[in-house]
Ligand binder design. Structure first.
Ligand code: GLY
Length: 402
């Protein structure tokens, strides 16, 4: 099934159930605390909080999302990507757990024709009601797993609506690892759909609950790319029809996957007006571009290429500047790693301070080489430098990488 059919099947199903289709929200959220939109519900936050009245008590959407928390997993797992599309159904007081769960199961099995026996679910350990509802929907108890806050409680990561969630996974089979369910193996058991039962207001953290929502709400997110992996029978999220294969002549492997993923996300950010910078969204973009440049060099692409791939002169400039930094810094880092069998703090500091070589990149390269970095030493030199320097960041020099 093509991605466009995945979308149209979802919308037809929820349209029948009176959900109103809303266009995607901006990738740049209104919410000051959030850098980038990472879920379908972000644009609906005021509806959950009761600050505004939604155009219907049942909505649906498809939302481009950027999440960089898993950036280190790109290329290492088959399922992570820094940008993806999320189909969502939302209810603001109009229905709750029983309907959301029954409909999700029905759409997956009848609409997308997934084998019921391959579906597993996780529920928040305290949420006996959801556990029971799955049982009543004939999900066998050996395929319902209870997990904690980390897995089965959802918030935007900033103050706002939150609640326990239940996730639906698809078993891709033993080729992807040992059995035991999503509690032990999220590569084999691929998370497809997250159903969040929004009930409370989160404060500064997920354990800081500061109030209750005016009415219990439903927020679900179904990953288009993940479902496409299953329905198109491909092993990797970047092999679905939604991902354009860049540079087909280069050897497949982690570096090419990182390049493909990061260029896709960088293009999304550029199209939304983000420019490379040292802070906030600009920094996210810069980090993606720099990682891309490094992995292109690892693939043997030495000349400038990113400007052409993105059609953006700012990216071309970034590539030219960072290309030089990367060459000089990598040479020095290699030499020092060979000499010491580790990266001393003063070397990491010198790379950062004198060569503009980001500390995260030093850590990444050291990890790949299997040598430790003296981060305590690095940070104490940084602190000392900040305290004694009147001009901590000479113009144009990148500050910290992360
Ligand atoms: N809002 C639910 C999710 O992003 O998974």
């Amino acid at each position: 099934m093509h991605s466009h059919q995945i979308r149209s099947t979802f919308f037809a199903f929820f349209r029948e159930l009176d959900h109103l289709l809303i266009p995607p929200g901006s990738l740049i959220p209104d919410d000051e605390g959030m850098l980038l939109t990472g879920a379908g519900m972000v644009q609906f936050k005021p509806y959950f909080l009761g600050e505004r009245v939604p155009p219907s008590s049942r909505l649906m959407s498809t939302q481009p999302c950027v999440r960089t928390v898993d950036i280190d997993n790109i290329g290492r797992t088959t399922r992570h990507a820094t940008s993806f599309e999320m189909l969502g159904s939302f209810a603001f007081g109009s229905y709750f757990k029983p309907e959301a769960m029954e409909w999700a199961l029905r759409l997956l099995t009848d609409g997308y024709r997934l084998e019921r026996d391959r579906l597993w679910v996780t529920v928040f350990h305290d949420d006996a009601e959801t556990y029971d509802l799955w049982r009543r929907l004939a999900v066998p108890t050996n395929r319902i797993q209870k997990l904690g806050l980390e897995d089965n409680f959802w918030s935007m990561g900033v103050p706002g609506p939150a609640g326990p969630n239940t996730e639906i996974f698809y078993d891709r089979g033993e080729r992807f690892g040992p059995a035991g369910g999503p509690a032990v193996n999220k590569e084999r058991y691929l998370e497809l759909w997250n159903l969040v039962f929004m009930q409370v207001i989160r404060g500064s953290s997920d354990v800081d609950i500061v109030g209750e929502l005016p009415t219990p709400c439903v927020d679900t997110g179904l990953g288009v790319d993940r479902l496409a992996m299953v329905l198109q029978g491909v092993d990797h999220v970047l092999d679905t029809d939604g991902a354009r294969r860049l540079l087909p002549d280069l050897p497949d492997g982690p570096s090419l996957r990182i390049v493909t993923d990061h260029v896709r996300t960088a293009l999304l950010l550029l199209r939304n007006g983000v420019r490379p910078g040292n802070e906030g969204r600009g920094h996210v973009l810069r980090r993606l571009l720099r990682r891309t440049i490094r992995h292109l060099r690892l693939l043997g692409v030495d000349g400038p290429i990113l400007g052409e791939l993105t059609g953006d002169p700012v990216v071309a400039q970034e590539e030219a500047q960072f290309g030089r930094t990367l060459q000089r810094g990598s040479r020095l880092l290699d030499k020092e790693m060979r000499r010491h069998g580790r990266v001393p703090g003063d070397v990491a500091f010198k790379l950062h301070d004198a060569h503009g070589f980001p500390i995260d990149l030093t850590i990444e390269i050291a990890n790949e080489t299997g040598v430790p970095v003296d981060l305590d030493g690095f940070h104490s030199l940084m602190t000392h430098h900040r305290q004694t320097s009147r001009h901590p960041h000479p113009s144009g020099r990148p500050t910290a990488w992360a």
